[in-house]
Design a protein around this ligand. Structure first.
Ligand code: GDP
Ligand code: MG
Length: 162
């Protein structure tokens, strides 16, 4: 079964999206950055297609050095085992240096990458999506993992690219 990995910096809503797409509460959602320690696997079914989903936690954000290692590890694990990567960013925060670091690593891989602009809870938030084109990973897919808005279109795209 195809494997889709969710990557991104802490607190962008990776675990919330994982839970939304798997219809579970398997992954721990927290305001505290670095809460998801281990990788969490689940299954997602969409329009007759089925794939596995992994919430790549593994962030330990105590110092920049450890963070750098954590980025590399998370993205390396994702690119080694996944067939597609969901790169989650926070639309309410805009593009951060950390997003740019992750984007740079992902642009070098041959895997299909879908850029997910999460926390697009309303039309005002959606307005800021265009900023994320600068990451060089194509069109940002706006979703709200919290409300489920946009996740159907996201799943259509994932299934199409797998
Ligand atoms: P992770 O560290 O990337 O796994 O992020 P979490 O899933 O733990 O979420 C971090 C915080 O963002 C939590 O307080 C969530 O409730 C919040 N959050 C996640 N998705 C959304 C969303 O779509 N909209 C808003 N407003 N908050 C969200
Ligand atoms: Mg998490």
């Amino acid at each position: 079964m195809a494997l889709v990995a969710i990557v991104g910096r802490p607190n962008v809503g990776k675990s919330t999206l994982f839970n939304r797409l798997t219809n579970t509460r398997q992954a721990i959602v927290s305001d505290v950055a670095g809460t998801t320690r281990d990788r969490q696997y689940g299954k997602c079914e969409w329009c007759g297609s089925e794939f596995s989903l992994v919430d790549t936690g593994g962030w330990v954000v105590n110092s920049d050095d450890i963070f750098e290692d954590a980025i590399r590890r998370q993205v390396i694990v994702a690119t080694e085992e996944a067939d597609l990567v969901l790169f989650v960013v926070d639309i309410k925060n805009g593009v951060t240096d950390w997003d740019e670091d992750v984007a740079m690593i992902l642009r070098r891989t041959k895997l299909p990458v879908v850029l997910v602009a999460n926390k697009a809870d309303n039309n005002v938030d959606n307005y800021y999506a265009a900023e994320f084109y600068s990451l060089g990973l194509g069109e940002p897919q706006t979703v709200s993992a919290a409300t489920g808005s946009g996740t159907g279109d996201l799943l259509d795209l994932v299934v199409e690219k797998l």
